[in-house]
Design a protein around this ligand. Structure first.
Ligand code: ZN
Length: 285
């Protein structure tokens, strides 16, 4: 997981990070009055996009390895299983921020900014999602949210719809962080960025031949961590992407999990959704 060249000088923006919570998590084995267990292990998911086969594989692989699950948005749109995916998130994720597709698929946004494929999927999802799960999705919070010493966003910390793809964009986004650690999605690219003494370094995805890769959190640095996409990876690896964050061990473990892509593709085609949405799952683009 190599860090690439630095391109952004943090000092040039006169920026200060005001919170060092990532380096000072609650360490007591028991909470107030000795009854509340301290949460230390987080499952971080993003961009599930109604792909049940991918989410089911991740749920099985991560089972028993986390205390609390967090979702960075885009539960729906693109694939053919919005109801089981939203239901799973509702049942398992303590904190969820909304994504742009969650707004579009529930009628909260008009679809003029969507390309024809995304628009077709949003209109299909509006009809497929149950009224109860539409209500749940409509109630999702706008990011970023601050949670237990870290932030959760869909796009960037200053705009939920902004894509943070390059180090230059990340350098700008770091200025808006309230904590030294943030999780975000939207790009469907696993990895993220490290602010290290005024330089921004890029984190790569898990190598194709490996199932996971662990990043140690340095309290002197700041981190924007992208778990990658569960349901529609676009970083060249078709395996479902996700992250485990251990606030006690100060580490982030990136994971990739194979799943039944053919079954997810068949459902997309059978639903009459655009074929490209099935085809792209096989190549992770
Ligand atoms: Zn997305």
């Amino acid at each position: 997981m190599g860090a690439s060249d630095a391109r952004e000088n943090y000092a040039d923006h006169g920026c200060e990070l005001v919170c060092s919570a990532a380096s000072a998590p609650a360490r007591s084995p028991l909470g107030k009055k000795g009854i509340t267990p301290v949460v230390v292990r987080y499952l971080i998911l993003s961009d599930l996009h109604a792909n049940w086969e991918a989410l089911d594989a991740v749920a099985r692989e991560s089972s028993g390895k986390y205390d609390k699950a967090v979702c960075c948005g885009d539960l729906i749109g693109y694939a053919a299983d919005p109801n089981p995916v939203v239901q799973w998130v509702r049942d398992h994720c303590a904190t969820v921020v909304r994504g742009n597709h969650d707004r579009a698929c529930t009628g909260l946004d008009d679809l003029e900014w969507f390309n024809p494929v995304a628009r077709a999927a949003a209109l299909w999802t509006q009809k497929a999602l149950t009224p109860e799960l539409i209500d749940y999705t409509l109630g999702l919070a706008k990011g970023p949210l601050v949670l237990d010493g870290f932030e959760v966003a869909h796009g960037s910390p200053f705009d939920e719809d902004e894509y943070v793809l390059a180090a230059t964009e990340a350098g700008h986004a770091f200025e808006y962080l309230e904590c030294r650690l943030a999780f975000f999605g939207h790009t469907h690219v696993q990895g993220g960025f490290i602010w290290n003494q005024g330089r921004v370094e890029t984190i790569g995805r898990v190598p194709a031949k490996r199932a996971s890769e662990t990043l140690e959190i340095d309290p002197e640095c700041a981190y924007m961590i992208n778990p990658g996409s569960v349901g529609q990876p676009r970083d060249g690896d078709p395996r479902a992407a996700w992250v485990l964050y251990d606030s006690d061990a100060h580490s982030v473990a990136y994971h990739r999990t194979p799943y039944d892509i053919e079954s997810a593709q068949r459902k997309i085609r059978d639903a009459g959704l655009p074929a490209i949405l099935a085809d792209r799952l096989a190549v992770g683009r």
